[in-house]
Design a protein around this ligand. Structure first.
Ligand code: NAD
Length: 432
């Protein structure tokens, strides 16, 4: 199924659970506005290339549209629509005053020079100049978009307006209004949730109250080694988890020492932003003593306590779900588990911590960045993370209660929490 079909299947299931008002459901099933446009870019060679760009504004009942921009060769409208819908649920699930939106450009940014990337980012901003802004729609980074790209977008938008508008995007460099903590916020939020899961979900540890968990080194496999995955690896490693498998778009490696990757390996991968750099051979039959190379598919089937998905959609499907051995799946990526797989995992008592909660740390600190921009008053990283932890833990607890009361899966419970808030906002506005 496509990402959008997956998203709407999840919506239907949760809507049935909460007996969502039929008119509210109709509103939530469709985007409010879709922007589809082409972006001509003068390449360094002198030729002009035209790229397809999108911005989907799904729902703004609870506040301005909010969501990242993805630059990826496989990005298309269907994917951006799904991501935009999930942002609507996510912002409501953590109770921040935003609606949901998402953007994308079908492009392989690795094939562009820095100046071409800058022209593309500025072109994207020009195409959307009348539809984004601090009170309308606030983009942010996503796959293969960076703080530098947010800096160019903010600069272009400010030039169009004739004055500085830092609040038009989040995830900016610190020097121009970024927030302390935004760079690692997605992983940090996911980590707070993981620690809560360890207290509540006893197959993770030795005892139902989680008392002995600190003594047991839980094993972790991470798919995807970008902003979300690499920072999560760092946090888990330093908290004493044993990282036994990691992948990026090129390759995957699995520890064979039995001890997990050491601090040197983790630090080197984080610095180089990739897995392949740990050992330059990139071969499946590599001669290194402490790890073996494998495929991304095999990595997902590794025997481990926690599988962290931090790459792209539709990674666990009905095809491979039977071979997944993890006890907990934490979704830092958006939409990595298909609904048919979800059902099977629930029956096997595998806890799936859904994207719309697990990766909400990113948008929550984006919200803090926007608040700081509007107030022109900046907080320390300590303040940011204290506020983030409170939001993540409170909403995790609320969702967990719904899950237990209804004997349902955590994704449906988080959706139910979000739908309750969305329904109230939609009704308060008189839309339904
Ligand atoms: P990124 O661009 O920083 O990194 C993407 C990573 O995924 C890279 O390591 C890349 O090599 C890897 N990758 C790409 N294709 C892969 C494949 N087929 N198999 C394995 N790895 C692959 O992106 P990111 O910001 O870390 O985003 C990753 C996921 O997290 C996405 O689903 C994104 O929507 C989600 N997310 C990110 C944020 C954020 O703040 N960055 C917030 C919420 C959700």
């Amino acid at each position: 199924m496509s990402p959008l079909q997956n998203a709407l299947t999840q919506l239907k299931k949760a809507a049935e659970l909460v007996k969502l008002d039929a008119a509210v459901l109709e509103i939530l099933k469709k985007p409010k506005k879709i922007h589809e446009f082409s972006i001509p870019v003068k390449m360094d060679s002198g030729e002009t290339k035209v790229f397809d760009g999108y911005r989907v504004q799904w729902n703004d009942a609870r506040g301005p549209f909010k969501g990242g921009i993805r630059f990826h060769p496989k990005t298309d409208l269907n994917e951006v629509e799904a991501l935009s819908f999930w942002m609507t649920i996510k912002c409501a699930a953590v109770g921040i005053p935003y609606g949901g939106g998402k953007g994308g450009v079908t492009v392989d940014p690795k094939k562009l020079s820095k100046t071409e990337l800058e022209r593309l980012s500025r072109g994207y901003t020009q195409a959307l100049k009348d539809y984004i802004g601090p009170e309308r729609d606030i983009p942010a980074p996503d796959v293969y978009t960076t703080p530098q790209i947010m800096g160019w977008i903010m600069d272009e938008f400010s030039k169009i307006k004739g004055y500085n508008v830092p609040g038009v995007v989040t995830g900016k460099p610190l020097e121009i209004g970024g927030s302390a903590g935004r760079g690692t916020a997605t992983a940090q939020g996911g980590f707070y949730i993981l620690e809560e899961v360890a207290k509540k979900f006893h197959p993770m540890g030795d005892d139902p109250k989680g008392q002995k968990i600190k003594n047991k080194k839980l094993s972790v496999v991470i798919q995807g080694f970008g902003n979300a995955g690499a920072n999560m690896a760092d946090l888990c490693f330093h908290a004493g988890y044993k990282i036994i498998g990691i992948s990026d778009s090129q390759t995957a490696i699995i520890d064979k020492s039995g001890k997990g990757f050491d601090s040197h390996t983790i630090a080197k991968m984080k610095e180089k932003k990739g897995v392949v750099d740990v050992c330059e051979c990139k071969e499946i039959k590599c001669a290194c003593k402490d790890h073996v190379h494998t495929t991304n598919e095999k990595l997902l089937e590794t025997d481990c306590d926690i599988l962290i998905l931090a790459a792209l959609e539709n990674q666990i499907t009905k095809k491979n779900v039977g071979r997944v051995k993890a006890k907990v799946i934490l979704e830092l990526a958006n939409g990595p588990t298909a609904p048919e797989a979800d059902e099977k995992l629930f029956k096997k008592n595998v806890l799936v911590v859904p994207d719309v909660l697990a990766n909400a740390g990113g948008v929550t600190v984006s919200y803090f960045e926007w608040v700081q921009n509007l107030a022109n008053y900046y907080w320390s990283e300590k303040e940011v993370f204290e506020k983030l932890k409170k939001i993540m833990v409170e909403n995790f607890d609320a969702a967990w209660k719904i899950k237990e009361q209804n004997k349902t899966d955590l994704r449906t419970a988080v959706f139910a929490l979000a739908l309750g808030r969305l329904e109230k906002a939609i009704k308060a506005r008189g839309w339904a």
